[in-house]
Design a protein around this ligand. Structure first.
Ligand SMILES: C[S@@+](CC[C@H](N)C(=O)[O-])C[C@H]1O[C@@H](n2cnc3c(N)ncnc32)[C@H](O)[C@@H]1O
Length: 215
């Protein structure tokens, strides 16, 4: 199922930006709240982004951060993000698997993931968080943003490990991808070992939650 997520987004890379409305201006109040959260958290930080996709949020972070290393497992996504952010000299890219972040340095003072948490199998949440946190200095600020619900929930099923599996189509193939929606309680529990000053927020009009904390 982890591989299905990789393959699905690889197939989607060329259309992803448009399909998710990233090529349009967004004037929702809650969207501005998220932008302000990013601005407040990452001023002058060296930020590691995991699963950057086509780089929409990378661009927002790069406006206030000292540097951003944007990573994704799919070359196809990184190549779209490179095109989008060619005029952002403080952004660099690297292919990396979120569960190992192999060959990523460990000097970062901030980290962000957007629309990534829902794709993590329950059994790999701790593995992902350990990999991410091992790349950050003490006191770093971390922000995860993801969905409050899966809008395309037809044909959902549960696997034997308690993961929600959703069906998605791309390039006339069906993909069985993990689509877990964590509750606030589950997020707090997963982060309780390491997170300080944890703040959980919901943006119902935008369909997103955010969790921000310090290490
Ligand atoms: C829903 S997209 C989110 C992209 C971007 N953060 C955004 O908000 O638009 C999920 C991303 O996760 C990436 N991905 C899937 N599996 C991954 C893995 N094991 N490690 C790193 N990235 C992965 C996909 O290539 C895709 O770009």
């Amino acid at each position: 199922m982890v591989k299905e997520v990789v393959k699905y987004y690889d197939a989607l890379a060329r259309d992803y930006h448009q399909r998710f409305g990233y090529d349009q201006e967004n004037d929702l109040e809650e969207y501005n709240e998220i932008r302000h959260l990013i601005s407040d958290m990452f001023v002058d930080c060296d930020v590691l982004e995991v699963a950057c996709g086509t780089g929409y949020w990378t661009g927002k972070v790069s406006r206030i951060a000292k540097s951003v290393l944007a990573t994704d497992i799919n070359k196809s996504m990184i190549s779209q993000a490179r095109k989008l952010l060619s005029g952002h000299p403080n952004v660099t890219f690297k292919e990396a698997d979120a569960y190992s972040l192999k060959s990523i340095p460990n000097h970062f003072t901030g980290a962000i993931t957007v629309l990534w948490w829902c794709h993590i199998p329950r059994g790999k949440v701790a593995i992902f968080l350990d990999a991410l946190h091992s790349k950050l200095k003490p006191g770093s600020r971390v922000l995860h943003i993801c969905q409050l619900e899966d809008l395309d929930s037809e044909n959902h099923r549960q696997d034997s490990d308690g993961n929600t599996i959703a069906l998605r189509k791309a390039d006339s193939r069906v993909y069985h991808i993990i689509k877990n929606i964590p509750s606030e309680h589950e997020l707090r529990k997963a982060l309780s070992r390491v997170a300080r000053d944890l703040q959980y927020l919901r943006y119902p009009d935008f369909g997103l939650w955010s969790v921000a904390y310090s290490l």
